[in-house]
Ligand binder design. Structure first.
Ligand code: WAQ
Ligand code: MG
Length: 256
């Protein structure tokens, strides 16, 4: 699902959230994807529509829902373990981010480049790819970015995960979907780490994820009310972009 609002018809959108960029299809409001059994499809369509129509980023004027059959049997990949770090403010978050990402072998140049993307006025629909040493951006389309798709969670693991998240008093949809996405991304050859800040103004917890560190939640990564956010995948200096994008966007995987 992707939901957007065209800035032309709603000129107030620009001053309200500044997320329009020239030449884009409109202001990105919301997106979501998953792998489901056919009996679940009608239910998930209405859940996605409801989510798009009542989104904290504003009301969309276009919602596109695409349903595609899987032609390949999905690979099975384990979920990353979850840890919540202690963090009380964005300043503290930046210290944690530099420490955690440097430990994963990412240069300060690349970390600074990522933070520029994540806090830019224009949020992207997908993720930016940043090379771990040079800090160079590598995604072919800087407005769309790379959109991770073809991912879902195995039914029993899904149930177990929501129980676990409810016990921890966490928002199960947001955290569950982020954990599934981060686990697929971390399994991608060529990716060293990911950093994410939600673009929702009322969601202030972000994360860093990698195979080595697991899924590290960072509360108060941004202040309440901020419209910026995004995702950056740190890629090895010599990573082949086409292969990487094929895995992230097209290769189906089921997390367990
Ligand atoms: N593929 C690539 N990038 C994406 C995708 C995707 N499928 N979905 C979202 N993004 C990018 C896009 O740039 C969005 O602007 C940005 O991520 C943020 O998306 O454990 O809600 O859906 O409590 O707002 C983190 C949960 C929640 C932390 C993240 O992201 C926790 C969240 P949002
Ligand atoms: Mg969002």
């Amino acid at each position: 699902m992707r939901a957007s609002r065209s800035a032309q018809r709603r000129p107030s959108a620009r001053s309200r959230n500044n997320t329009q960029s020239p030449g884009s299809a409109g202001v990105h409001i919301s997106g979501a994807e998953g792998i489901y059994d056919d009996t679940e499809i009608t239910g998930i369509i209405s859940a996605y529509a409801r989510r798009a129509l009542r989104h904290p980023r504003g009301r969309p004027d276009e919602i596109v829902i695409t349903i595609e059959a899987l032609h390949r049997k999905p690979g099975k990949i384990p979920l990353l373990p979850i840890t919540t770090l202690e963090c009380n403010a964005p300043d503290e978050a930046y210290v944690l981010i530099f420490k955690a990402l440097s430990d994963l072998g990412i240069s300060s140049k690349a970390i600074s480049a990522a933070l520029r993307v994540l806090t830019a006025e224009t949020s992207m629909r997908g993720a930016s790819l940043i090379r771990i040493r040079s800090g160079r951006r590598a995604e072919p389309d800087r407005i769309r970015g790379v959109r991770v798709s073809g991912l879902g969670i195995e039914r029993v693991s899904g149930r177990r995960l929501s129980q676990k998240l409810s016990r921890l008093n966490l928002d199960t949809t947001t955290v569950g979907e982020a954990l599934v996405l981060a686990s697929k991304v971390a399994s991608c050859p060529g990716i060293a780490a990911e950093i994410c800040i939600s673009d929702d103004p009322d969601y202030t917890t972000g994360y860093i994820a990698s195979r080595e560190s697991g899924y590290l939640r960072i509360p108060n990564i941004k202040n309440h009310g901020e419209m910026y956010g995004g995702r950056v995948f740190f890629i090895r200096e010599d990573a082949a972009i086409e292969k990487l994008m094929d895995y992230l966007e097209k290769t189906p995987v089921i997390l367990y």
